[in-house]
Design a protein around this ligand. Structure first.
Ligand code: APR
Length: 311
């Protein structure tokens, strides 16, 4: 076993991420939630553990409301917070989720001072900013999960449109994790090495970009209650794996930009190398003018949202 991962918030995203990480034999997993949910948290953990002989994994999983059980985690995934309801934007969650982030960061940091934090709670770019400021951790160790999810959505929509294998589609989504701010990069999408523009018309590509931007909202509306968790937890698992196995994978993630992409002091999703030290390098892409413009606009929108965070 390669390490210990704590998941803060044992709800839909958190519990599904715990399951995926445990089943991948990546790490021992601790799920921590509020004292009022201790029973269900322990129950979910035990239920998962009892599947180990059938699923063939040796990860231990525990549920708790005591942060002492989370001590010395290598990675802490923060999913604690309210999900969206139909008609809500991610930004509608700012006040409630900021206070939740405030209450969880202190015990997380106290018990796992060397951990790498992966934040999932929405509105993502603002909540990862809050976690960064409150934790005092260096920027390499505070990362937001957004691009892994947005990119897998874009990739799956491209594959569906073309009727080809999901595995052959490569694509990146950068920018803010919002319906209007997301920047799916048509310029950098390809299928088995073939540029997307050779396979689809501009109109078709625009349609897929629009669906990607509204991908989270599409799920919220279909579910009727709560927000997406299968794809978000898959995004978390990919990031955790890259870190624990020091894979140096290039995964678009929300990181604290310090002048890269001409943006300073703001979390925004860009392609980064993820490895044992967390965010090891920001990769700066050469973008066509229209995508540069979209990214700039996205940064302005995220700055406005972050301006509403009261720490
Ligand atoms: N400490 C620990 N856990 C908390 C706290 C807290 N202070 N406050 C809330 N939680 C827990 C809740 O008890 C619940 O179990 O966070 C969990 C959230 O789970 P869900 O309501 O199922 O929400 P989920 O769909 O998992 O989404 C969580 O991720 O994708 C984002 O927008 C989404 O912000 C939301 C977050």
């Amino acid at each position: 076993m390669r390490g210990k991962v704590t998941i803060v918030g044992a709800g839909f995203v958190g519990a599904t991420a715990a399951q995926r990480i445990a089943e991948s034999n990546l790490a021992h997993v601790v799920m921590v939630d509020i004292p009022q949910k201790e029973g269900p948290t322990k129950g979910k953990a035990l239920d998962m553990l009892e599947s180990a002989p059938l699923m063939g994994f040796d990860s231990h999983i525990i549920g708790t409301s005591d942060y002492k059980d989370t001590s010395d985690s290598d990675v802490v995934v923060i999913t604690a917070g309210m999900p969206r309801k139909p008609g809500m934007t991610r930004e509608d969650l700012i006040a409630t989720n900021t206070s939740i982030i405030k209450s969880v960061i202190e015990p997380v940091v106290k018990n796992s001072p060397k951990a790498i934090l992966i934040v999932v709670t929405n509105p993502l770019d603002a909540m990862v900013y809050a976690a960064y400021k409150l934790s005092g951790f260096p920027r390499e160790r505070v990362i937001g999960q957004s691009g892994a999810l947005d990119s897998t959505r874009f990739r799956s929509f491209i594959a569906l449109e073309l009727g080809v294998s999901m595995q052959d589609v490569q694509a990146l989504v950068i920018g803010g994790h919002t319906d209007v701010g997301m920047v799916p990069l048509a310029s950098h999408a390809s299928v088995a090495g073939i540029p997307l523009a050779q396979l689809l018309s501009t109109q078709q590509i625009e349609k897929l970009i629009e669906r990607t931007r509204k991908g989270g909202t599409e799920i919220v509306e279909l579910l009727g209650e709560g927000s997406a968790y299968y794809a978000p937890s898959a995004g978390v698992t990919q990031m955790v794996e890259a870190i624990l196995l020091d894979q140096k994978r290039i995964i678009p993630s929300a990181v604290y930009l310090q002048g890269e992409y001409s943006v300073k002091d703001l979390f925004l999703c860009v392609p980064v190398i993820l490895g044992a030290s967390g965010m090891e390098k920001v990769i700066e892409l050469k973008l066509p003018l229209n995508e540069q413009e979209m990214f700039k606009k996205s940064a302005e929108l995220v700055r406005q949202t972050v301006g509403q965070v009261r720490l």
